[in-house]
Design a protein around this ligand. Structure first.
Ligand code: SAM
Length: 256
């Protein structure tokens, strides 16, 4: 089947080679091969002004480390925007541990765009003026510090690509993924039926789809309550499901 390009990622980095592995395997590689996704890598050093291709400099005010200079990043974003004829509404994402934590709803929102620009920082980070004047949003992939934004950009590419119709076998398979429903996903099993004395729950072998659905939903609720109870506050639950969660809570509290 022929698909139209659904998403173009424009990544600004000083290490384009880091993307070789992740882009050449599995779902992303297939999406690129099918023409569903394009990943355009732009080396920020190509926009440096001096013969050493410098992209960093000492921090004003002193201190350790280096900071990424503003000019090559401003120029790289302008060049990509012009070359790819990007409109003003295209998100320019600065990857930074200080950004909004990436979540599934954010990935779903990003998947609605046709183009995304991502800036990968290095060293002590990027000059603040990039954040102020170039970036339209800032994303973090978690409360820890990486050496650079490349791995974070790859995570955004992966999370967004799998939401593009045609990228995974069936788009429905992403719909009950953890967080997509607002809950953690139910436990999954495959053959064999018994492995080292451990059996697959009988209901999954029953062929009764209504019962299987009910079991999965309840296990999803149970698992979310055990591991990420804060998610339940925002989840869309029926009255019966609320009562089920309440019963689980009472059971848990009475055994503690
Ligand atoms: N000094 C910066 C700070 O404390 O906020 C951290 C700089 S970090 C060593 C270098 C680059 O890695 C950042 O500019 C950013 O692009 C990327 N990075 C590090 N951790 C990240 C995270 N959790 N999410 C997204 N990008 C991250």
């Amino acid at each position: 089947m022929a698909w139209a390009v659904a998403m173009r990622f424009h990544v600004l980095t000083i290490f384009p080679g880091m993307f070789d592995g992740p882009l050449s395997e599995s779902i992303i590689a297939r999406a690129i091969e099918r023409g569903l996704v394009e990943v355009n890598l732009h080396d920020i050093r190509d926009f440096a002004k001096d013969r050493h291709r410098s992209v960093d400099d000492y921090p004003y005010g002193g201190g350790y480390g280096m900071v990424m200079k503003p000019e090559p990043i401003f120029d790289a974003v302008r060049s990509v925007s012009t070359e790819a004829s990007l409109g003003d509404s295209v998100p320019v994402i600065l990857l930074t541990p200080q950004g909004t934590p990436l979540t599934q709803p954010i990935a779903e929102h990003l998947a609605t765009y046709e183009d995304l620009v991502m800036i990968c920082g290095r060293y002590e980070g990027v000059d603040e003026r990039v954040r102020e004047r170039v970036a339209t949003c800032e994303l973090s992939i978690g409360d820890y510090v990486l050496s650079g934004g490349e791995l974070a950009a790859m995570i955004v590419i992966d999370a967004v690509t799998r939401l593009i119709p045609g990228a995974v076998g069936s788009i429905e398979s992403t719909e009950d993924d953890s967080f997509s429903t607002g809950l953690l996903q139910f436990p999954q099993y495959t053959r064999p039926h018994v492995y080292e004395d451990c059996e697959v729950p009988e209901v999954l072998l029953s062929g009764n789809h209504a019962e299987i659905e009910r079991w999965r939903r309840r296990e999803s609720l149970r698992r979310t309550l055990e591991r990420r109870p804060e998610l339940l506050g925002h989840a869309d639950l029926t009255e019966e499901e609320r009562e089920f969660v309440e019963a689980l809570r009472e059971e848990r509290d009475s055994t503690n």
